[in-house]
Design a protein around this ligand. Structure first.
Ligand code: C2E
Ligand code: MG
Ligand code: MG
Ligand code: MG
Length: 277
């Protein structure tokens, strides 16, 4: 009986794997046509000043709504887009769309609102990224200091010399640079000092683990102090309740982002929220 159960389990796993391969193939095929079918959109999440609660920035987050598959998470399709070589055009679409939107908000009177855009690993490694960014800024008329590119630790720690060069080329254009999901990778203190990073984003896992008096709270406090000593601004991600907000504020965190202040919203709804705060 045990043997039979084992065989059934194996058969079940095989079917399950077939289904996953099938799903992946289908998503891959559909992804190849995502731009021509105009199925991508951006949603916008507010970033508030810790002291005043005013909306000072916004992160653009990518959404793919497929008529049959429904919403596909960026955590699922971005890695796939990277693998099959589609991240170039998708990343470029995101950058342009975000800059156009930021420019529009500026015309509507939302002044000095910084827009943050996520950059993928492969996009970051493309040699002409700085030229592409400069081109889109020129095309859309957005002031460079109002665009912030979000990078992750794993992207930066590979080829350090080349990373440093790319970062400086981007800074030369005048855009801001943020280190996303900080604390989940393997940053070296030496490199953090060397790289021209403006903003450090504390990963949401630290924020959610920040029970009073816990190790995590001390770590968060230390990260904020370290970032400030390097002249970086600190923003906490995934702030969901008032206790986290108070703790972060007490430790000197500059800005916050999370459901407590607003979920990612379509552009028009974001504008209403930002205008009210
Ligand atoms: P991320 O850049 O770290 O974005 C933050 C994620 O946390 C977003 O998930 C956001 O919706 C979610 N979030 C915000 N506040 C809270 C909160 O209070 N609690 C919780 N539990 N979650 C919160 P989302 O939109 O599903 O994006 C997931 C990831 O996909 C992003 O993580 C980013 O790595 C990637 N991504 C999204 N858009 C793009 C894009 O345009 N390009 C690239 N390359 N990656 C993107
Ligand atoms: Mg991000
Ligand atoms: Mg993040
Ligand atoms: Mg994240």
């Amino acid at each position: 009986r045990a043997k039979e159960a084992g065989r059934n389990t194996i058969r079940f796993f095989t079917m399950e794997m077939d289904r996953q391969v099938q799903d992946r193939l289908e998503i891959e095929q559909e992804l190849r046509r995502v731009l021509e079918r105009d199925e991508l959109s951006l949603v916008y999440q507010p970033q508030v000043d810790a002291g005043s609660g005013r909306v000072v920035g916004v992160e653009a987050l990518l959404r793919w709504h497929h008529p049959r598959l429904g919403m596909v998470s960026p955590l699922r399709f971005i890695p796939l887009a990277e693998e099959i070589g589609l991240i170039g055009p998708i990343g470029e679409w995101v950058l342009r769309e975000a800059c156009v939107q930021a420019r529009r908000w500026r015309e509507q009177g939302l002044d000095e609102l910084r827009i943050a855009v996520n950059v993928s690993a492969r996009q970051f490694r493309e040699l002409d990224l700085p030229e592409r960014v400069a081109g889109i800024l020129e095309e859309t008329g957005l002031a460079p200091h109002l665009l912030e590119l979000e990078l992750t630790e794993s992207m930066l720690m590979g080829n350090v010399e080349r990373t440093e060069e790319t970062l400086h080329r981007l800074k030369h254009i005048g855009v801001e640079l943020a280190l996303d999901d900080f604390g989940t990778g393997y940053s070296s203190f030496a490199y953090l000092r060397r790289f021209p990073i403006d903003t450090l984003k504390i990963d949401q896992s630290f924020v959610s683990g920040m029970v009073t008096g816990s190790n995590t709270e001390s770590i968060v406090s230390a990260i904020i102090a370290m970032a400030h000593s390097l002249g970086m601004r600190v923003i906490a991600e995934g702030v969901e309740n008032a206790t986290q907000q108070r703790q972060l504020f007490q430790h000197g965190c500059d800005q916050m982002q999370g459901y407590l202040f607003g979920r990612p919203l379509p552009a028009d709804e974001f504008a209403v929220l930002a205008g009210e705060r």
